[in-house]
Design a protein around this ligand. Structure first.
Ligand code: NG1
Ligand code: ZN
Length: 536
C-alpha cells in the first residue's frame, strides 16, 4: 500500500516539471525555487532510504546559501554531520532526474543494490529550512516524501545549516554531543564562551563589541537568541536583519558578497577601525573586515581565520604540555592565499594539507589529525578534535601532576571545544571562536591583520562550451586535460614574481574558474587575464 502512495503522490502532487537534468554537486541541488518541488519530494524519499541503510537519523536542509533569493536548494546530511557520502550522490542525481513512470524502478534499484532489508523501519528525518519565501512549500514536499516512504519527519523550521548538522549529530550520538534543540545549541556555545571569557570582558586592545551583517537571512534571525545567552559578554550590533520576503537576502551584503567583491557591504555604518563580520544566507560562512581611516577596505577571509585559530591552538597546546602527544594540522584548498600557507608553514610551523574544493574533502582530511583545522578561503570551516584527543585532554585535567599553567590551559582548551560546532563550518560558532582568541591575545583587528600580508589575488570565471574537458590533479592545482594546457599556464606563471595560477571547472556553476595571485595587484590582474585567454 505504501508503495502505491509513493508513486501516486509523485504523479499527482509532485510531477516532474523540468526536462533538463540536474546533478547533485558539492552543494547538493541548487537552482530556481520554482523548479524544485518534485526534487524535494524525491529527496524526502531518498532520505528515508539512506536512513534505513545507515540505521540512523538523516538530515535534509533546504537552502541555497549565498545565492539570490529566488533560488533554493537541498542537501542531505549524513549521520555524523558529514555531507552525503559520495557513492550516494549518484543515487540523488538519478532519483531527481528520472521520469515519473520510472521512479519506481530507481527506488527498487537502490533498495536492491544497497541491500536495504529493513524497509519497515520508521527512521527520523530532521528537516530544516532557510528564510527564503519558497522554503515552506518546498519543506512540505520533503515531508510528503518522507511520510510516503514511511519515515518520520521532524520539522525544525527555520534554522541555519550548521544548526541542522548539529541536531543530526546530537540525535545520532544519543545526545552525547548536546541536546538536539535550538535552545541546547545556544546553551552549549554560549556557556562555553562565557566561561572562557571570564569576568574581564575587554583585554588589551580588544573591545567586546562587533558590527554584524546578517545578510538579511537566517543568520540575522538566530543571533537574536544567541545574544540572550551571551548576556552582554559580547555585544553584537546587528545590521541587515530584514528577513522573510524583503527580497534583500544576500543582496549587496553577506559573506559571499564581501569576499567575492572584496568590498564593504551595504547597511553597516562605515566607522573606521571597527571590527565587522558578515555571514552568508544559511550562516555557514564567516568573514571579518574593517575600513581604515582613509576608507580603505581590509578583508580577513577564511584563510586568515584559519591561521588565527591554528596559531592559537598551537600556542595553547604547548601550554598544556601535550603538544607532542596531539597532532595539530591545517587543511586548505588551492584557493588559499599563498601568503597564508607560507605563514602557517614557516612561521607557525603547523603542517598544512591541500585538498580539492568542497567541504567534504576538507572535513575528511582534517579528521586525520588529532586536532584538524580546515577552512575554505570563502570563510567556510571549523575545527575537528578526534575522540582520543578529547579523552586525553579530559584525562590530563583529572590528574594532579599538572602545573597551574598546564591545568589552566587544559581547562581552557576543553571549554574551547564546546564553543566549536565540529559537525560542519558554522558562522556563529566560528565568530565566537575568533572573538575568544582576539580577546585572549588582547588584539584589535589591525593587530590580527598584521600577522602576514595577503598576496594580491583575482578570481575570474569564463564560460566555455564544455567545462568537463578540463580535468585536474594535485588537489586541483594542475590540469591534466586538455593536453598542453598546463604547460601553457606554467609558461605564463613563470613570468611573474610570486605568480601562481590554476584553472578548474566549477562544481556548482556552468563555468571554469581561474585563480591568480602575484606580488603586485597589476601583475596579478595581468596574470589572471592571460590565463583566462588561453582557457577560452
Ligand atoms: P565551485 O563552484 O566548485 O568553485 C563553490 C566555492 C567552494 C564551495 C562550493 C559550495 C569558490 C572558489 N568555490 O564551488 O568553495 O563553497 O561553491 O558552496 O569559492
Ligand atoms: Zn552557505
Amino acid at each position: 500500500l505504501r508503495c502505491r502512495t509513493v508513486y501516486a503522490f509523485a504523479r499527482e502532487m509532485y510531477p516532474k516539471t523540468v526536462k533538463c537534468d540536474i546533478s547533485y554537486g558539492t552543494a547538493g541541488f541548487r537552482t530556481r525555487a520554482t523548479d524544485l518541488e518534485y526534487v524535494m519530494y524525491r529527496m524526502g524519499l531518498l532520505a528515508v532510504l539512506r536512513a534505513r541503510f545507515k540505521k540512523a537519523v538523516i538530515g535534509v536542509m533546504i537552502t541555497a546559501s549565498h545565492n539570490p533569493e529566488p533560488d533554493n536548494g537541498v542537501k542531505l546530511v549524513d549521520p555524523m554531520g558529514e555531507m552525503l557520502e559520495q557513492s550516494w550522490e549518484k543515487w540523488a542525481t538519478k532519483i531527481a532526474n528520472v521520469t515519473d513512470d520510472k521512479l519506481e524502478n530507481v527506488i527498487h534499484d537502490i533498495i536492491k543494490e544497497c541491500d536495504i532489508q529493513n524497509m519497515n523501519d520508521r527512521p527520523e528525518i530532521v528537516v530544516g529550512k532557510d528564510t527564503r519565501p519558497s522554503s515552506p512549500s518546498l519543506a512540505k514536499a520533503v515531508f510528503d516524501g518522507v511520510l510516503a516512504m514511511g519515515g518520520k519527519p521532524i520539522d525544525y523550521g527555520i534554522v541555519t545549516t550548521p544548526q541542522l548538522h548539529y541536531f543530526v549529530v546530537c540525535k545520532n550520538t544519543n545526545r552525547a554531543y548536546g541536546q538536539p534543540t535550538e535552545e541546547g545549541y545556544y546553551r552549549k556555545l554560549t556557556n562555553a564562551f562565557n566561561k572562557v571569557r571570564g569576568e574581564k570582558l575587554n583585554n588589551g586592545n580588544y573591545t567586546n563589541s562587533i558590527l554584524y551583517d546578517g545578510a538579511n537571512g537566517v543568520g540575522a534571525k538566530k543571533v537574536k537568541y544567541l545574544k540572550e545567552g551571551l548576556a552582554g559578554s559580547l555585544l553584537i550590533d546587528m545590521y541587515n536583519d530584514e528577513i522573510i520576503g524583503s527580497g534583500k537576502l544576500n543582496y549587496l551584503c553577506g559573506a559571499d558578497f564581501v569576499k567575492t567583491q572584496q568590498a564593504f557591504p551595504t547597511g553597516l555604518p562605515r566607522t573606521p577601525n571597527t571590527r565587522c563580520c558578515s555571514v552568508d544566507g544559511d550562516a555557514d560562512r564567516l568573514v571579518y573586515y574593517y575600513l581604515d581611516e582613509s576608507g580603505k577596505f581590509h578583508l580577513m577571509d577564511g584563510d586568515r581565520i584559519a591561521t588565527l585559530i591554528a596559531g592559537y591552538l598551537k600556542e595553547i597546546l604547548e601550554k598544556t604540555g601535550m603538544a607532542q602527544k596531539l597532532k595539530l594540522g591545517l587543511v586548505q584548498t588551492a584557493y588559499a592565499n599563498g601568503a597564508s600557507t607560507d605563514y602557517i608553514t614557516n612561521k607557525l610551523q603547523v603542517p598544512v594539507a591541500c585538498v580539492p574544493t568542497g567541504v567534504k574533502w576538507l572535513h575528511h582530511k582534517a579528521l586525520e589529525y588529532d586536532i584538524g583545522v580546515y577552512f575554505e578561503a570563502n570563510g567556510h570551516g571549523t575545527v575537528v578534535f578526534n575522540a582520543e584527543a578529547k579523552e586525553k585532554l579530559r584525562n590530563a585535567f583529572q590528574l594532579n601532576n599538572l602545573t597551574r599553567e598546564q591545568k589552566d590551559a587544559t581547562s581552557r582548551l576543553i571549554n574551547i571545544i564546546d564553543i566549536i560546532n565540529e559537525t560542519v563550518g558554522d558562522a556563529i560558532s566560528d565568530m565566537l571562536l575568533v572573538e575568544t582568541i582576539l580577546h585572549a591575545k588582547g588584539w584589535d583587528i589591525t593587530q590580527w591583520e598584521a600577522a602576514y600580508a595577503d598576496l594580491p589575488n583575482r578570481l575570474l570565471k569564463v564560460t566555455v562550451q564544455d567545462r568537463t574537458v578540463i580535468s585536474t590533479t594535485d588537489a586541483e592545482r594542475k590540469c591534466s586535460t586538455p593536453v598542453g594546457l598546463q604547460e601553457e599556464i606554467d609558461k605564463i606563471v613563470a613570468k611573474y614574481s610570486k605568480g601562481r595560477s590554476f584553472v578548474r571547472p566549477s562544481g556548482t556553476e556552468d563555468v571554469v574558474r581561474i585563480y591568480a595571485e602575484a606580488a603586485t595587484r597589476q601583475d596579478c590582474d595581468k596574470l589572471a587575464s592571460e590565463v583566462a585567454k588561453i582557457v577560452h
